[in-house]
Design a protein around this ligand. Structure first.
Ligand SMILES: C[S@@+](CC[C@H](N)C(=O)[O-])C[C@H]1O[C@@H](n2cnc3c(N)ncnc32)[C@H](O)[C@@H]1O
Length: 433
């Protein structure tokens, strides 16, 4: 007996469900690649379903609460991933058609021995959601954010910014590039617009990063406009010795190299440093590369500048990694705060008297940002705050706080641009003794 061929669209949903399941279990979201799903249209659709399910995670939680009286069935294989992908399609991507969402959800479930007994439940949930899809489509945007983030961000920035963050979560992020050289012809050919200093923003993007003009020749690197701010604030003389702690994959190493500094790039993750090395080879920069622990690294000679881009909750990157919002609990943010303090203390030891330290995190949590600047004041008295002035960030004065710290969030954009920016915090210090 010959087996019936799989219905069209099933394979991509099975692969998407696997990827979403991994992310729900705590992995970082990486879009499916051509190796995983060679057909470009299938791949684009699978990635769209996953990203919609992740961006709408909070609203889908509310739908599941209403439609699953007893909650998610335990030990049910891919059930949760499939129901989330199907709700994403049914409610938030109606142009893809309801029929395929319902039919392929059940077909996908039948392929999973741990979940195939739940086809009745899947049908019931999706039919209820279909009946209510107009109402679900208009759900409160605030449901998009977990309560922890809503409360913490409201306290730090006010409710308007929280709403802007919710809107930015749905909108996603544009692609920003930092240019290796002043290159107006390249900017025009890329259909990009100047965003801030040597950062440009692509207006349209119809291909993968590697296929964009100038990538292979190392004429730019991908870096959100907010992420490009910290390295610009060092202002040292060319040739100065600069230590880039926590450097991989090297966006800031490339900027420091471009400024003409003698750069040492350190990271504890050897595999990520290999990516840094490949990036520097492509761009033609030659920093010293060191595998080491930034909390205990003891250089033979101190540095004129240290940039500490500390490991953090990464909640400022939620437009590209919506899962960070749901993976970060209070306790693990507190763990990162302690790690950041030990890295700050060692960054101070690595810095020459008179040298400049930049501390930054891609986080929207004040405990990892503004509060750390307060901690430095009382715990590391040899470091004095060296305020950032409005003239240093033309077109982005609103990001500079009265104390001279830099705070960006997705509701901001430089020079009247649209498309927002990552949430970043930057503090600059000088070693006084
Ligand atoms: C925010 S990422 C750095 C991004 C990088 N600066 C850039 O601009 O491309 C944080 C990095 O910290 C590294 N890291 C975490 N703990 C570390 C430690 N104790 N010592 C050195 N690096 C560490 C991670 O491996 C990761 O590459």
């Amino acid at each position: 007996m010959t087996r019936k061929p799989d219905p069209a669209g099933l394979k991509l949903r099975l692969i998407a469900a696997q990827r979403l399941r991994d992310v729900l279990r705590g992995e970082h979201f990486l879009p499916l690649t051509a190796t995983e799903l060679p057909d470009g249209r299938d791949r684009a659709l699978a990635n769209r379903l996953i990203t919609t399910a992740l961006r709408r995670h909070g609203q889908i939680n509310a739908i599941l609460e209403e439609t699953l009286a007893k909650g998610l069935p335990p030990r049910s294989g891919t059930f949760e991933a499939i129901v989330r992908l199907s709700l994403a399609q049914l409610v938030f991507l109606p142009e893809l058609g309801a029929h395929s969402a319902l039919f392929l959800a059940v077909e996908a479930l039948k392929r999973d021995a741990k979940a195939r007994h739940l086809t009745g439940l899947m049908n019931a949930v999706l039919r209820k959601a279909q009946g209510n899809s107009a109402r679900y489509g208009l759900m409160d945007e605030m449901l998009l954010l977990p309560e922890r983030a809503r409360v913490a961000w409201s306290a730090s920035y006010g409710s308007d910014v929280v709403r802007q963050c919710a809107e930015a979560l749905v909108a996603g992020a544009p692609l920003d590039l930092t240019l290796r050289d002043d290159d107006p012809e390249l900017v025009a050919a890329l259909d990009a617009e100047p965003a801030l200093m040597d950062t440009v923003r692509l207006k349209n993007r119809d291909r993968s990063v590697e296929d964009l003009l100038g990538y292979q020749q190392g004429r730019w690197w991908v870096q959100d406009v907010a992420a490009a701010i910290p390295a610009r604030l060092l202002h040292l003389a060319p040739g100065s010795a600069v230590l880039d702690l926590c450097a991989a994959p090297g966006g800031k190493t490339a900027q420091l190299s471009k400024s003409g500094y003698a750069v040492t790039a350190l990271d504890s993750d050897a595999a990520r440093l290999e990516r840094l090395r490949a990036n520097m080879d492509r761009l033609g920069y030659t920093p010293d590369i060191v595998v080491g622990d930034a909390a205990s690294f003891a250089p033979a000679t101190v540095f004129d500048g240290v940039l500490l881009d500390a490991p953090c909750s990464a909640t400022g990157t939620f437009r590209r990694h919506p899962e960070v919002l749901w993976h970060r609990a209070e306790a693990d943010i507190a763990g990162r705060v302690q790690l950041q303090r030990s890295l700050l203390a060692n960054a101070y030891r690595c810095l020459a008297v008179g040298g400049t330290l930049i501390y930054c995190v891609c986080s929207l949590e004040a405990v990892e940002g503004e509060d750390q600047a307060d901690w430095v004041k009382q715990a590391l008295p040899g470091l004095a705050l060296y305020p950032v002035t409005p003239g240093e960030l033309p077109g982005l004065k609103e990001a500079i706080t009265p104390r001279g710290l830099v705070r960006t969030h997705p509701g901001m954009a430089p020079n009247g641009q649209t498309g927002g920016m990552d949430g970043f915090f930057v503090a600059r210090f000088r070693r006084t003794r």
